[in-house]
Design a protein around this ligand. Structure first.
Ligand SMILES: [Zn+2]
Ligand SMILES: [Zn+2]
Length: 252
């Protein structure tokens, strides 16, 4: 299976509009980050995780031809604002897209995008098919396991898809979820910045510690702030933890 990082930046994207951020920004393209999203391809399924504000640009940049399954981590705008751009996939595929997420996120989507759902449904709007997700589900050659984690007071849904676990916007992993992550060949996890600590996100050193506790051989960090310089921070990381960057592809 192949994992493509469609976006790896924190909620405002990197660089940040309006000039917030480091003044000595480098030209390293790895420091240019769209909002977090990922694409997983297996022989039988094309799976997208999250549809942030740059979703259309990300699908064009990566050349995503079809989307069989959509996974949504949570309802924050940086993970959801591009949902409407699934329309073109509905047009081409001529059927609703199956969605797996938490009940809370489903309710938020039904409220915020009410024009996609009866009785308010607008002709031609996105067709989603929310699926029950209380335990592992099978989609073609993929087993998808829910990985609920804490994002401050909120719950965020992570996903294990065969050997890849993807969790973002996390500052605590419950023991029960940690057990489900163990044994993954790849862990994708958010690491906002080196310091100071943050109330709803792991810092990079905290994420490194979690990766070590879970004994994961390859961890890729995402959701990085503008203050994370790819080259400088990468030099401080152990071999088994790397900063992801937009358009990075990893195969398992
Ligand atoms: Zn986020
Ligand atoms: Zn969030």
């Amino acid at each position: 299976m192949k994992l493509t990082f469609l976006g790896t930046g924190t909620s405002m994207g990197v660089p940040v509009a309006g000039g917030f951020g480091p003044k000595n920004e480098t030209n390293d393209p790895r420091n240019h980050r769209y909002r977090c999203s990922a694409w997983i391809q297996t022989p039988e399924r094309s799976i997208v995780i999250d549809t942030g504000p740059e979703f259309r640009l990300q699908t064009l940049r990566a050349g995503i031809g079809r989307i069989d399954v959509l996974l949504i981590t949570h309802e924050h705008n940086d993970h959801l604002a591009g949902l409407d751009d699934l329309r073109s996939y509905n047009y081409a595929q001529k059927k609703p897209i199956p969605v797996y997420t938490s009940k809370q996120t489903e309710e938020s989507i039904r409220h915020r995008f009410s024009y996609m759902f009866p009785p308010n449904k607008t002709p031609g709007s996105v067709d989603l098919d929310f699926k029950p997700f209380n335990g592992p589900v099978t989609e073609g050659d993929c087993e998808i396991i829910p990985l609920p984690v804490r994002h401050g007071k909120m719950e965020v849904m992570g996903f294990r898809i065969n050997d890849i676990s993807y969790i973002t916007d996390v500052n605590k992993i419950p023991d029960e979820t940690a057990e489900k992550i163990r044994g993954s060949k790849i862990l994708v996890m958010s690491g906002l910045r080196w310091s100071p600590p943050h109330p709803t996100h792991y810092t990079i050193p905290e994420a490194v510690e979690v990766s070590k506790e879970l004994n994961i051989a390859n961890t890729y960090l995402i959701h990085m702030s503008p203050f994370v310089d790819h080259g400088q921070v990468s030099a401080r990381l152990p071999d088994r933890v790397k900063l992801a960057f937009d358009q990075l592809e990893v195969s398992v």
